[in-house]
Write a protein that binds this ligand. Structure first.
Ligand code: PRP
Ligand code: ZN
Length: 283
């Protein structure tokens, strides 16, 4: 049984549960229990605050965790990054009042910066040779300049709308963050086997992510022209139809590529083009 710590609510929660569901790992979240077993897969989910996930994994209380890189870097806990998951992207940035003239990191000399990420900020300021005061607050960091608590903030920026609402502008991006799958050091062999199974499933979901299964009817004398614009995983499938003048062509395409070649397919006489989602793909 592998125990995986995930965020109990907030921006990572939805994406994490969606990813597990796509990998056919189904868990019901119960209001009463922090620990829930998955159906049909030897995994249990431990729901936590994101701030607590790195330590829970480092200490071995959970074997794995899904956590934002921002939180992982800030906590400085000893856990291994197993995979970058590519979702919940955001940045950790410095922001100042929108009317301030900004002339580079030296602007922060002697200033007070409000943040929930003091460790990452301290390292950055040291690297830039800037001496500033760090004021740690745990929530609503963005209001600090407005109420005179700080001259600047260092916080998560995603869409940027929080900054705009608070008359702030982003002046330095310090960390680009995404969701990480982390593991406790020295997983047992049994647990490693379950982890590999999980990674295999996640990979299959990822391979399928941007791809579509495309089917179309093509006049027999146009098949070669159509095949020349169609890449397949190995090669497209061509099947005869009851009408001897026509055949059916099936292939797998990048979604983006489909829109690029749809015109050429139609010019070459393709009809009845169907585009279907692909759930999983094992290469
Ligand atoms: C973060 C951050 C900002 C907001 C930025 O808070 O503190 O308030 O997101 O996002 P935006 O650029 O899309 O407006 P979050 O909702 O993650 O909550 P937390 O600070 O309590 O972790
Ligand atoms: Zn948080």
């Amino acid at each position: 049984m592998l125990r995986i710590a995930v965020q109990s609510k907030g921006r990572l929660y939805e994406d994490t549960m969606a990813l597990l569901a796509e990998a056919d790992i189904k868990v019901r979240k119960s209001e009463r229990s922090l620990l829930v077993r998955a159906n049909d897969f030897p995994i249990e989910i431990l729901y936590l605050r994101d701030d607590d996930i790195p330590q829970t994994v480092a200490s071995g209380v959970a074997d794995l965790g899904i956590v934002g890189e921002n939180e992982f870097l800030e906590r400085e806990e000893q856990a291994d990054i197993v995979r970058r998951l590519g979702f919940s992207k955001c940045r950790l940035s410095l922001a100042i009042h929108k009317n301030e003239q900004y002339n580079g990191p030296q602007w922060f000399n002697g200033k007070t910066i409000a943040t929930s990420y003091p460790n990452i900020l301290r390292q950055y300021l040291k690297k830039e040779g800037v001496k500033a005061n760090i004021h740690v607050i745990t929530g609503s960091v963005e209001i600090a300049p407005g109420i005179g608590l700080a001259n600047a903030i260092f916080d998560i920026v995603s869409s940027g709308s929080t900054l705009i609402t608070n008359n702030l502008k982003e002046v330095e991006v310090v960390v680009e963050s995404e969701a990480l799958l982390i593991a406790t050091p020295n997983l047992s062999e049994d647990k490693h086997a379950v982890l590999n199974e999980l990674l295999f499933r996640l990979q299959a979901v990822k391979e399928a992510d941007h791809k579509k299964y495309v089917m179309m009817n093509v006049p027999v004398d146009k098949v070669d022209d159509i095949l020349s614009v169609l890449p397949g995983i190995k090669s497209p499938t061509v099947m005869p139809l009851a009408d001897k003048q026509w055949c059916s062509v099936h292939t797998v395409l990048e979604r983006k590529r489909f829109w690029e070649i749809i015109g050429q397919l139609k010019e070459n006489g393709a009809q009845g083009i169907l585009v279907l989602p692909i759930e999983k793909m094992v290469l």
